[in-house]
Design a protein around this ligand. Structure first.
Ligand SMILES: N[C@@H](CCC(=O)N[C@@H](CS)C(=O)NCC(=O)O)C(=O)O
Length: 209
């Protein structure tokens, strides 16, 4: 059994999608980051960076923060969605790191400056909007002739998909990135992705691309 601490955000959904894909038993603990619950001392013991997502494994007592680390840990432990061969594993790690270091953080800033605080800073709006479009182009190029980001469906796909699900907040028209759109819809067809999206609570219809 895994205790899963999360909220209705892309970083949380990466992990809920993997938990669903693996069919694991887990208990959801909603941490309302809009009400500052991530700053409570009891949560700090589990997540030293005061952010969701985090997991605690009941049988081992292991607690982990950082969505990328959680994805790698669970994929390795259950032997799915991360190749064991050195080259295949490296390729998935490459795209997972691309998501963790670029696609997620930059799009997160885009949400702040274009969606939540539009009009506050023209400079930031242009900077993050341009970078968002650049990153979508990179993903679109990578997906040319491919069903998934790497050779098979992996944690690299699961890490990027919930960020693309917020394309409206990013003022992105997926028609401009046809390979991303086809891939987005391919994953959207998976019941584990749909179930994972609605953790910790149902947020209405998932953007259809
Ligand atoms: N690099 C971290 C980022 C986690 C993160 O930014 N979580 C956000 C929600 S998506 C959060 O907890 N924000 C609350 C805050 O910043 O106070 C990861 O991938 O797990």
């Amino acid at each position: 059994m895994i205790d899963f601490y999360t909220w209705t955000t892309p970083n949380g959904r990466k992990v809920s999608i993997l938990l669903e894909e693996l069919g694991l038993d887990y208990e959801v603990h909603a941490i309302n980051i809009n009400q500052g619950e991530q700053k409570k001392p009891e949560f700090l013991k589990i997540s030293p960076n005061n952010k969701i997502p985090a997991i605690v494994e009941r049988d081992t007592g292991l607690s982990l923060m950082e969505s990328g680390a959680i994805l790698v840990y669970l994929a390795e432990k259950y032997g799915k969605f991360l190749p064991t061969g050195q080259a295949g594993r490296a390729r998935v790690m490459e795209w997972l790191m691309w998501q963790m270091g670029g696609f997620g953080p930059m799009l997160g800033q885009t949400h702040h400056f274009l969606h939540f605080n539009s009009g506050q800073s023209k400079y930031a709006e242009i900077r993050f909007s341009e970078e968002t479009k650049r990153l979508y182009s990179i993903l679109n190029n990578r997906l040319e002739g491919r069903d998934y980001i790497c050779d098979n469906y992996t944690i690299a796909d699961m890490s990027c998909w919930p960020w693309v699900a917020r394309y409206e907040w990013q003022r992105i028209d997926l028609a401009d990135y046809p390979n991303v759109r086809t891939w987005y819809k391919r994953l959207l067809d998976r019941s584990a992705v749909q179930n994972g999206y609605h953790i910790p609570r149902n947020m209405g219809e998932i953007p259809q691309g």
